[in-house]
Design a protein around this ligand. Structure first.
Ligand SMILES: Cc1cc2nc3c(=O)[nH]c(=O)nc-3n(C[C@H](O)[C@H](O)[C@H](O)COP(=O)(O)O)c2cc1C
Length: 161
């Protein structure tokens, strides 16, 4: 996404919410995109804390929330509605109404997980009839949806320039 904004002449900053730079202030930006993945039915505590800490800025600055999950990668409607429900529950719990919201599938990176996480994921994936070979990654990210989402934000920024 950052590449798309750069290509349009913007100066994006990608911040890992686990380790935000000390001086980071989202109020300094024209648009704020928060992306968080779903683990065991919920988004991370760091995403929750970030939104709580910067809620006023997020409510007054154009903003977007991207919820990344396995459910969103499912081709059937049930996975999508589960993903939407999880995203919207999070947003209502943190009392944030971003201008844009997206649910997008994410990849499963078995080799990167520690033993417990890998075993839990293999069990969960097996239950759902999904790939369980823990020696490889399963790329399920919907890059086209992400590109389209970024393009619509870039177009909005171009209009407001
Ligand atoms: C430990 C773990 C638990 C997960 N639990 C869920 C879940 O409850 N629902 C879901 O839709 N996806 C679930 N996923 C899939 C992730 O949301 C998806 O793989 C995402 O891309 C992971 O992003 P990450 O790189 O931040 O871990 C889980 C993934 C992991 C590794």
């Amino acid at each position: 996404m950052a590449g798309q904004f750069e290509a349009r002449g913007h100066d994006p900053l990608v911040v890992n919410l686990d380790r935000p730079p000390e001086s980071f202030d989202p109020a300094a930006f024209a648009f704020v995109v928060v992306a968080a993945s779903v683990h065991f039915g919920d988004h991370s505590d760091v995403a929750r804390s970030f939104v709580a800490e910067h809620l006023e800025t997020l409510e007054t600055t154009p903003s977007a929330f991207i919820s990344v999950s396995g459910a969103a990668a499912e081709p059937d409607g049930e996975g999508h509605s589960t993903a939407v429900e999880c995203r919207d529950t999070f947003l209502s719990e943190v009392a944030w109404s971003p201008d844009r919201r997206l649910c997008v599938g994410g990849s499963i990176r078995y080799p990167e997980y520690g033993l417990l996480k890998r075993l839990l994921m293999r069990y969960k994936m097996g239950q759902d009839g999904k790939p369980t070979d823990t020696s490889r990654e399963y790329e399920r990210t919907d890059w086209a949806a992400l590109n389209e989402f970024s393009e619509s934000i870039a177009a909005e920024l171009a209009r407001s320039d």
